[in-house]
Design a protein around this ligand. Structure first.
Ligand code: ZN
Length: 335
């Protein structure tokens, strides 16, 4: 039994468990210690410490501490045996997510190779203002021609069931992505979804029917004190290319509560919302609702106004420069 519990704790490190449940902490002192807001009691100043090496936590606010099992008992209000059962289930779902992510990573690597075999895809990236090959590589951008991913993954030993499970192949056996530029979406170093932008006549946006996860590239963006939030990955691409590495993207204008929680920690940030300036004002309306929520969490929020009908991507494609965009940021007003 003890061995069982040790194995469980080893396979489900406390810090990863907390992060999966939307806890975010920053390094405190040593490499292995993290501090953040306590998930067990309401507080505004972080007093919840996690020691990743010892795999334990302690909160100076509510004086509770212990290992993963103890945390689960407190957090979900479960008994010891119930906590073990909960963690075994969690372990099974983590193992499943890891196997899905492995297949997605293989597919993404294949699409990445395919990009350079299809000039139409590279031209499309150029038309959308993306030409920095190092950045295209860094973002892992690829191209799905359609009709060939199944054979490639089968040759690597993946079963049809596994491919269906990822939704890369639909029930009719066809590829989910056809004539689409592919961006892998990662979380905690693992690919959790793929976004495909049609370069043809099909509906422009497509994500696999799986979680879209947190904010795009959050692991690198979260350390900035001011953040630019955009709607789409082509907006993000041109901004990163122009040096605005503090840009993240929610893949749309609707943020999940987990994504909002990411923006709110720490609550001292300034968020520049740069959504599309569209005719029907849908983007502006959602931006306003989002601003209210973020301001409610004491963040400073600014709306970036671009020329009518433009989004950050078309702004740069139309010749906007980094200096022009910096002007837009400086002129940005509270919503
Ligand atoms: Zn506490």
């Amino acid at each position: 039994m003890d061995e069982d519990l040790e194995r469980l704790k080893q396979h489900l490190p406390l810090l990863e468990y907390l992060q999966r449940h939307n806890w975010s902490g920053r390094r405190a002192g040593t490499q292995q210690e993290f501090v953040g807001l306590c998930p067990l009691h309401r507080e505004t100043h972080p007093s919840f410490y996690v020691n990743a090496r010892k795999n334990v936590f302690y909160c100076h606010g509510c004086a509770r501490g212990g290992d993963l099992i103890r945390f689960v008992e407190f957090f979900h209000d479960l008994s010891f045996p119930q906590s073990i059962a909960h963690l075994k289930q969690e372990l099974a779902s983590v193992a499943h997510a890891a196997s899905v992510s492995e297949v997605l990573a293989q597919a993404a690597a294949f699409y990445q190779l395919e990009l350079h075999r299809h000039p139409e895809a590279v031209h499309y990236l150029g038309r959308r203002g993306l030409h920095d090959s190092a950045l295209i590589e860094e973002l892992g951008i690829g191209y799905a021609r359609g009709g060939n991913v199944r054979r490639h993954l089968a040759a690597l030993g993946y079963s049809l069931d596994q491919l269906l499970d990822t939704s890369l192949i639909n029930q009719q056996g066809r590829d989910a992505f056809c004539r689409r530029v592919i961006f892998p979406c990662s979380e905690h170093g693992r690919i959790i979804n793929l976004y495909g932008r049609s370069i043809g006549a099909a509906f422009p946006h497509r994500l696999l029917p799986r979680s879209k996860g947190g904010l795009f590239a959050w692991e690198s963006v979260r350390y900035f004190s001011s953040i630019i939030l955009v709607e789409g990955l082509f907006d993000l691409g041109v901004l990163w290319q122009a040096g605005f590495r503090n840009t993240t993207c929610a893949l749309g204008t609707h943020l999940t509560s987990a994504q909002i929680a990411q923006l709110c920690e720490p609550p001292t940030r300034c968020v520049y919302i740069a959504f599309d300036e569209d005719e029907n004002q849908a983007g502006q309306h959602t931006a306003q609702q989002l601003a209210r929520r973020l301001e409610g969490a004491h963040l400073a929020v600014r709306a970036v106004h671009l020329p009518y009908g433009q989004d950050p991507n078309s702004y740069f494609v139309a010749g906007g420069t980094a200096a022009d965009f910096t002007d837009c940021l400086e002129r940005a007003q509270p919503l």
